[in-house]
Design a protein around this ligand. Structure first.
Ligand code: NAD
Length: 256
């Protein structure tokens, strides 16, 4: 279904980004990977599919490196049809103890990077008369949790930006939507599981149960593959008129 399309997925060397890359490759898309994880392992994950895979090591907190990545995608990969803004980090601390440098990093990577990729790619999408922008926000783009002020601010901002871009492109064949996962067991969340295990003096499995139990009624993690399938659906003609939506995939988190 995505044959002939090229997708840039930021932060795709692990976790959700890699999961989305894998499902998009399975559906025929060429992929541009980005991120600081194990690039060769990520490429091996995509090797079974008949697609071209590129990689750029842009630090998503640095606008000039983001611009270099977009140039690389245009020169080496023939341009980008599908942009998935996925790169993200977390820092957990009460706001009056939140390190200023961590605040700036979370806002830069989780929010401002999507501004830069979008502003730089939109003109080419308009020229091609088709495009998909998928922002990986979070349940924390719609509700808050204590001790995650920067993350919650960034993700609420990303959901807001999604709506603005959707309105600016509403009469075109370019759509912009947000996916809002609850808990997904990735390296980003494993760190929080580890911290919980230490705090409560419990093992890894019990720490996972406690994290899920607080927020996610299904008591199941969403998988990166499930989010990949949703992203592919958002690229399909059936989704042509889904615009500015924030789709929660959260085991019932927001239903409470
Ligand atoms: P992850 O840590 O597995 O992946 C994050 C990716 O971003 C990695 O490839 C990492 O190398 C990359 N990255 C980090 N800083 C970067 C930078 N400065 N420049 C470029 N790449 C950078 O985490 P994940 O859980 O897969 O998170 C992916 C996205 O999903 C994030 O935006 C996160 O906020 C969001 N999310 C995750 C969950 C969850 O439960 N895991 C829930 C909701 C939303």
């Amino acid at each position: 279904m995505l044959t002939g399309k090229t997708a840039l997925i930021t932060g795709s060397t692990s976790g959700i980004g890699l999961g989305i890359a894998r499902v998009m490759a399975m559906h025929g898309a060429n992929i541009v990977l980005n991120g600081f994880g194990d690039v060769n392992a990520a490429k091996r994950t995509l090797a079974e599919f008949d697609c071209t895979v590129g990689y750029h090591d842009a630090d998503m907190s640095k606008p000039e490196e983001i611009a270099a990545m977009i140039k690389y995608a245009e020169m080496e990969m023939g341009g980008i049809d599908i942009l998935v803004n996925n790169a993200g980090i977390q820092h957990v601390a009460p706001i009056d103890e939140f390190p200023v440098e961590r605040w700036d990093a979370v806002i830069a990577i989780n929010l401002s990077s999507a501004f830069h990729t979008t502003r730089l790619l939109l003109p080419a999408m308009k020229a091609r008369r088709w495009g998909r922008i998928i922002n990986v926000a979070s349940a924390h783009g719609l509700v808050a949790s204590a001790n995650k002020s920067a993350y919650v601010a960034a993700k609420h901002g990303l959901v807001g930006m999604t709506k603005a871009v959707a309105l600016e492109t509403a009469t075109t064949a370019i759509t912009c939507n947000a996916i809002c996962p609850g808990w997904v067991l990735t390296p980003l969340v494993q760190k929080q599981v580890d911290a919980r295990a230490v705090l409560d003096g419990v093992d890894n499995e019990e720490a996972k149960r406690r994290l899920l139990g607080e927020k996610q009624p299904s008591l199941q993690f969403t998988t990166p593959a499930q989010l990949g399938e949703l992203a592919v659906f958002l690229c399909s003609p059936a989704a042509d008129n889904i615009r500015g939506a924030a789709i929660n995939v959260d085991g019932g988190w927001l239903a409470q």
